[in-house]
Design a protein around this ligand. Structure first.
Ligand code: MN
Length: 233
């Protein structure tokens, strides 16, 4: 009986992959903060061009594109953040920037959904951001596009619309820390593993959504993502 569990363990969380029935098992979710200058400015903070910083979400926060999620508990200011997501496919530690793209499985569109009031209150009090960032159904993800289908996008339009109205429109070339730099930096602190995701940060134009809103995002060469906001539970 030593192999039994006290209760059923959680199922493996996984995302669909374009062009195959095989799914991408999600291991960890890293998110980069303030990686576009204009977004840092709208948040009232300076960017650090020397080094990125991170927060994390639990893999169980994953929700697939196309879902309807309830307006989350504990917030009155629920925000979208449209982001390019890197899916890691090969383990690495202290990866050289020149070799970093060899560790990428593919790319996806992501929404780093945020309880902005709780995040800003935590920031103000110098507390961790978990209540604002790491909550159920806060990590929205499109299908993952293998890099052999989409290449390694370093430029191209990244956009988000709410109810058909454009709210975010920028270009991947404006990322302060690009994908190779992020993987090189992050792997100085973690042993990256297949299944890790990196949400690379959002451009300017973040804002609130309410029940009944429909969010749609797109990244040139990668694809699209959608989320509908339902009533609070
Ligand atoms: Mn973000």
């Amino acid at each position: 009986m030593s192999n039994d569990y006290c209760f059923a363990p959680p199922a493996v969380v996984s995302a669909p992959v374009r062009g195959t029935a095989a799914r991408f098992p999600i291991r960890r979710i890293f998110c980069v903060g303030r990686n576009y200058e204009a977004h840092a400015k709208e948040m009232g903070v300076a960017v650090d061009r020397e080094a990125p910083f991170y927060f994390t979400k639990a893999a169980g926060d994953y929700v697939p594109s196309g879902a309807t999620v309830p307006y989350p508990p504990g917030t009155g200011n629920y925000h979208y953040e449209m982001e390019l997501v890197v899916a890691v496919g090969k383990a690495g530690f202290r990866i050289d920037e020149e070799a970093a793209l060899g560790h990428v499985f593919g790319y996806a569109c992501g929404l780093d959904m945020t309880r902005r009031d709780l995040q800003l209150a935590a920031r103000e009090q110098r507390r961790p951001w978990d209540l604002g960032k790491d909550f159920e159904q806060s990590a929205v993800l499109s299908e993952i596009v293998p890099a052999d289908q989409c290449g390694h996008p370093a430029s191209g339009v990244i956009e988000l619309r709410v109810n058909g109205q454009t709210k975010q429109s920028s270009d991947l070339s404006l990322l302060i820390h690009g994908v190779p730099a992020l993987l090189a930096h992050l792997s100085r602190y973690y042993h990256l593993e297949p299944g890790d995701l990196v949400y690379t940060g959002t451009p300017e134009g973040v804002g609130p959504v309410v029940a009944g809103d429909r969010i749609e995002g797109s990244i040139a060469g990668v694809g699209g993502i959608a989320l509908a906001v339902g009533a609070a539970e």
